[in-house]
Design a protein around this ligand. Sequence first.
Ligand SMILES: [Zn+2]
Length: 203
Amino acid sequence: MNPQDYPPDVRELIDSLTRMPGTGRRTAERLALWFLLRAGEDAARIAQAISRAVENTGTCPNCGFFANRGELCTACSDPTRDASVICVVEHATDVLPIERSGSFHGLYHCLGGKISPLDGILPEHLAIDQLVQRVKEHPNCEVILAVGNDVEGEATALYLTDRLTDLPCRISRLAQGMPAGAGLAQADAVTVMRALNGRVNLR
Ligand SMILES: [Zn+2]
C-alpha cells in the first residue's frame, strides 16, 4: 500500500518552492499550503506578478541597472539627473542603498561583479569597456568608484583607475578610512592601505 501524499501538482509546487534561496522543505510545504488554503485570489496575483516581473525585466543598456526589457532605467531616462557624474558599483543591487540615501543625483554604472582571478573573474568579464566608452562620451565627467573595500574591490578600483587614467575625467573613491576609535593594530591591512593612500597633507 502506498503511503498517502499530496496530489502530484502540490508535490510539484513544493518541489519548485524549495528551489528558492533560504527555503527548505518545511517552509516550502507551509507556503504551498498557504497558497492552497488561505491565499485565495492572492495566489493567482502572486503567480502573475512573478512571471510578469521575470518576463519584462532586463538590464538598462546604458548602466546595467534593472529596467524594463529594452528600455533605459529610471535614472538614465531622467533628464534632471546629473549625467556628468557616474557612480561605479559592483552589482545592480548596490544602486538602491545609494539611491535611498538621497545624496546622489548622478548616474550609475554596474560592473556585474569585481575582479577576482581566484574565482575566474577577469576584467573582460565585467562591464569595464562599456564604462570607458561612457567616460569617452562624457568628457570632464567625474567617476566615483563605489566598489567594495575588500581585496577584490581594491584590485578593481586600481584597475579602473589605470584604465581611465588617460581620459579627461576626475576619479574619486568613496571615503573609507580608519574605523573611528580604533588604532592601526585593530585595522586590517586593506583599511590601513586605504588610510595611507588617502592621507592628506597637513602642511
Ligand atoms: Zn541606466
